[in-house]
Design a protein around this ligand. Structure first.
Ligand SMILES: [Zn+2]
Length: 177
């Protein structure tokens, strides 16, 4: 992306302004392409360079629950990720065994077989928005922040994983593709 923007900028100036010469832009073109090729070559030679330049895949769901960072934070925005799940016809996180955020920004999903699907955090707004901090009817509830799911009696409860107090009724539907 940065290379495309830099090339566009270098090509644009001599097109728009009469007093900008063509040769400096060509030099910029050549330098950018040489540096870009050098980085690609180095990344192919060294895993460390590749990891710095392209990043590493990150596991974001494991066994139906969001992986939390060192400080108990979830490392991404829920809304975008939920949209990504809905695009894959996922109704709730209990259907997902593992989700991995790839270095190109896409998410790879691995599913539980039907018999192992467990109650999970709904990602459909109609259900997700029906959240509460006090359980008024006992049942299976999912933590809105980390997806941890458990049976809760009536009353106020704190999530044992993320210590938040925000619940929604868990869904347990099987995955239909
Ligand atoms: Zn939680």
């Amino acid at each position: 992306m940065a290379v495309i923007i830099a090339l566009g900028s270098a090509a644009g100036d001599p097109m728009f302004y009469e007093d900008v010469a063509l040769v400096p832009s060509l030099v910029v073109f050549v330098v950018i392409l040489v540096v870009y090729r050098a980085i690609i070559w180095l990344a192919a030679k060294s895993e460390k360079v590749e990891s710095i330049v392209e990043g590493d895949p990150v596991t974001i769901i494991r066994d139906g629950e969001i992986e939390l960072g060192n400080k108990g934070n979830s490392p991404f925005a829920h809304d975008e990720f939920f949209a990504e799940m809905r695009a894959q016809s996922i109704e709730h996180m209990g259907q997902v065994r593992m989700a991995i955020l790839e270095t190109n920004g896409s998410v790879s999903f691995y599913y539980f077989p039907d018999e192992d699907v467990r109650p999970g955090l709904p990602v459909i707004p109609e259900y997700y928005n029906d959240r509460c901090d006090t359980v008024t009817e006992s049942g299976e509830y999912a933590c809105c922040y980390c997806g941890h799911t458990r049976k809760l009696p009536e009353g106020k409860h704190q999530c044992i994983r993320c210590e938040k107090n925000d619940w929604v009724k868990a869904l347990a539907t099987k995955r239909i593709t």
